[in-house]
Design a protein around this ligand. Structure first.
Ligand code: FA5
Length: 341
């Protein structure tokens, strides 16, 4: 027998066997098909094996290899049919997905940063791009850093115990300093200048404390961002440019700002900075040129260097940005509120 004829016969055999096993609908028809193709004596596979003897000797290795493959394919088809019939409805059920993929998934409850923390990170980023690096200071302060060095003398009303959280004598330091929770981040201006020769270009962000009654825009603990720039040729125009860039970057492209004359003991002249939003002017902080008395207090020469400083309320900025109407929402710890940021 010529090799091509033999191979063609094997192909037909596989096709027939697969078709027969696949279409077997019960164990009887499967057994009949088994006998027809795999029967030890008269099966068609056995017959093909016998015919292999008639193939040319030189073609026999190829024929043998193909015969083995054929046998394997027929065996596999037979086994699959057996499993299909044995499993019955159970096998079909197993093949179905164990879950309903159309159901909504279980959402993971991942923690997230508090909106004020997110705001702080963003403000650091904005001011970092303007060349300001971040400085830090303690929340428990002495009167020198919170008042005196900032040109707020002993008899000044801003030092009234009713307006500050003084700590009791138990918390006094070894050198008997009166301590308080800082009421403004301007304390960090002093700490930085005491330890750094000019020029200085820093921001400081953190908590401050005042015994203010909580209402929609006040809280007894809130956050400020302080900015300080000291150099040889600094003007109010630089201050306004920086605050404008800051407001535009954080609040969006359309923000205009204005300065109103004001008073702070540590700046001269002093201003309140407002930004324009929804047809209203909104105060976002105080600012001004650093008072020469402050420069002297930290050992700088007011004839040689000048600078500006500003202090802004972080909660109020964040409130405007997100349309939050009550500052108390930040500190209720209601996850339904916090989850939105
Ligand atoms: C100051 O604290 C000055 N240290 C700012 C300053 C720094 C002026 C450097 C000049 C140079 P003031 O008390 O106005 O200023 O507070 C600044 C901002 O903090 C306010 O504009 C407001 O946005 C915010 N703020 C003040 N009190 C509260 C409060 N109880 N709750 C929430 N935010 C407040």
């Amino acid at each position: 027998m010529a090799l091509p004829d033999f191979l063609k016969q094997l192909d037909d055999l596989v096709a027939d066997a697969v078709q027969a096993f696949d279409s077997a609908s019960d164990s009887e028809s499967l057994e009949a098909a088994r006998i027809e193709f795999l029967g030890a004596k008269k099966g068609r596979l056995k017959a093909a094996q016998k015919q292999m003897g008639g193939v040319d000797k030189s073609d026999r290795p190829v024929a043998g290899k193909r015969f083995n493959e054929t046998k394997k394919q027929i065996d596999v088809a037979f086994k699959a049919a057996g499993e299909r019939l044995a499993g019955g409805t159970q096998a079909v059920a197993k093949a179905e997905p164990q879950f309903d993929p159309t159901l909504p998934g279980t959402s993971l409850r991942i923690g997230r940063l508090h909106p004020i923390t997110q705001t702080i990170e963003e403000l650091k980023d904005i001011m970092g791009r303007l060349g300001f690096s971040v400085a830090d200071g303690p929340e428990i302060e002495d009167e020198w850093h919170n008042f005196e060095a900032l040109n707020i003398p002993r008899e000044h009303p801003a030092r009234d115990p009713l307006d500050n959280f003084y700590l009791t004598t138990a918390q006094r330091t070894a050198d008997d300093k009166t301590l308080l929770l800082r009421s403004q981040t301007s304390t960090v201006q002093i700490r930085v200048m005491e330890n750094t020769p000019p020029p200085v270009r820093i921001i400081s962000l953190g908590r401050v404390y005042r015994p203010d009654t909580a209402d929609a825009t006040h809280y007894p603990m809130f956050h400020q961002i302080e900015g300080l720039l000291i150099d040889t040729h600094v003007t109010m125009a630089d201050l306004k440019s920086v605050l404008r860039l800051f407001a535009v970057s954080y609040l969006g492209g359309d923000v205009h700002i204005r300065f109103r004359p004001s008073f702070f003991p540590f700046t001269e002249p002093s201003v309140e900075a407002d930004y324009h939003w929804d047809d209203q002017w909104i105060e976002f902080g105080g600012a001004g040129m650093v008072d020469p008395n402050v420069l002297r207090a930290v050992g700088y020469d007011p004839e040689a260097v000048v600078g500006f400083a500003f202090g802004l309320g972080i909660e109020r900025l964040c409130m405007r940005r997100h349309g939050i109407t009550d500052i108390r929402e930040f500190y209720k710890n209601d996850v339904r509120f916090l989850h939105q940021f």
